[in-house]
Write a protein that binds this ligand. Structure first.
Ligand code: TRP
Length: 442
């Protein structure tokens, strides 16, 4: 047996995990969720949930992964056995499902780099809406971009954990921060941007309601990449010296920082040009190009924006593929490179109906009124991730708590001042709160 791969450095691990967390969820979804849910109040609620429940589940995943040094299925088998490996199995399934539609949306972002660059994104919001609708409904082009994005994801993963994922994230994550800051500099100096800043930064707590809470908690799970074992997998490549609590704090902080920065980028621009912040999923692909079309040097900033979105999506996509690779190589001794290619192909095929479902197959419904893409998203985000999150918390809080206490303190060598709070959240708060999302979401 060859030695298990390891991250090259603490910074490399934190950037890879932050790369996983920071993605379409932060830059595309968070601003429109905040826009739809009253701005500032949503932001505060979101941050509170991230730094209580979210960070605790992330730490639980890191601890499980590092203790077991195995893929999500094997990790539960090593630590306890019985039916627990099924939690890991659910996570592997979620990886296939999420990546299949994530890659379709990421494909749109690549297409938009090219559309920006070739000057085909012109006109008002209505014209751009029609252009977006026309593009995603095309039966061929979006699938080719989806193939391209999956190809890139497989290529990074083929390089291995250290040489591929870590190396890519160490270049791409700092680049993402710089791009984001440049764009924010542009957005907040637009005349009229203050209204957007005020909407986003001054909370009106009377707006808090059940739907908002529900949205904020499921967004926190998706954004932090927790509930399916991606962080178990990343934790499994860690050595026994790293401080897990600090790493979880870093990753959660970087992730929320990017979400806040994305809000600071998008909402001021939307307000400055008098668009509706509650425009929903179209905010990124319709409203923003309209904003870029009207602003000085808009093409340049527009290209920069879609490059940023693609980069963020790529470092997240590799974290959805890697648990699958780890599973087949750890449990079935499959060759990691062959697995990456085969899994990439399967996910590509699974993504095709998602892509078609927003076009020629838009009349075919799966779950309720939902088409294939929305149904996949629903199964993963509203069922598999929350159920996974509940079971992971219960596992750490109740089943293997002693082992996990040992793990987060590096066998007593590193003090972990939040032990009581962490275990309390894993035992009671997270299972109850997440069960509530699950039930109200269904
Ligand atoms: N967190 C990523 C985003 O915000 C998406 C993602 C990557 C993810 N890996 C995950 C979501 C694992 C859930 C589980 O775009």
């Amino acid at each position: 047996m060859i030695a298990r791969e390891q991250w090259g450095s603490r910074l490399g691990f934190v950037l890879a995990a932050a790369g996983s967390a920071v993605g379409l969820g932060n830059i595309w979804k968070f601003p429109y969720m905040a826009g739809q849910n009253g701005g500032g109040a949503f932001l505060i609620l979101y941050l509170v949930l991230v730094f209580t429940i979210g960070i605790s589940v992330m730490l639980a995943e890191f601890a499980i992964g590092r203790a077991a040094q195995r893929d999500p299925v094997g990790a539960f088998a090593v630590l306890k056995g019985k039916l627990w490996p099924l939690v890991g199995g659910m996570g592997i399934l979620a990886g296939f499902i999420i990546l299949s539609f994530y890659s379709v949306v990421a494909g749109w972002t690549i297409a938009y780099i090219i559309k920006m660059a070739t000057g085909s994104l012109v006109g008002d919001a209505e014209a751009l809406g029609a252009a977006f609708g026309g593009f995603i409904a095309d039966p061929v082009q979006p699938i080719l971009y989806h193939a391209l994005f999956m190809g890139l994801t497989v290529a990074v993963v083929l390089g291995g954990v250290h040489g591929g994922i870590e190396r890519a994230c160490k270049v791409l994550m700092p680049m993402l921060f710089v791009l984001l800051l440049v764009l924010i500099g542009r957005a907040i100096t637009l005349p009229g941007a203050e209204k957007g800043l005020e909407f986003f930064l001054s909370p009106d707590f009377s707006k808090i309601n059940g739907d908002m809470l529900n949205g904020a908690l499921s967004q926190a799970f998706f954004s932090l990449s927790i509930g399916m074992g991606a962080m178990i997998t990343y934790g499994s490549y860690l050595n026994k010296k790293e401080n897990l609590g600090k790493s979880a704090l870093w990753v959660s902080s970087l992730d929320s920082t990017v979400a806040v920065l994305a809000g600071l980028l998008i909402l001021p621009a939307v307000f400055a040009f008098g668009f509706d912040p509650a425009a929903g999923p179209g905010l990124t692909f319709i409203t923003l190009p309209a904003v870029f079309a009207q602003m000085p040097a808009g093409t340049f900033f527009g290209i920069l924006f879609f490059v940023l979105l693609t980069v963020a999506a790529l470092t997240s996509a590799v974290s959805l593929l890697q648990p699958i690779i780890a599973y087949f190589s750890d449990e079935w001794n499959w060759n990691a490179k062959a697995t990456a290619v085969i899994a990439g192909l399967v996910i590509f095929l699974l993504g095709i109906p998602s892509s078609l479902s927003v076009g020629i197959w838009s009349d075919i419904h799966f779950i309720g009124e939902k088409g294939f893409l929305d149904s996949m998203d629903y199964i993963a985000s509203n069922i598999l991730l929350p159920v996974g999150g509940i079971l992971i918390s219960i596992f750490v809080g109740w089943v293997v708590a002693d082992k996990m206490k040992d793990e987060v303190t590096n066998s007593g060598e590193k003090p972990f001042p939040f032990m009581t709070a962490w275990l309390f959240i894993c035992r009671f708060v997270a299972p109850v709160a997440v069960a509530w999302i699950l039930v109200t979401g269904l």
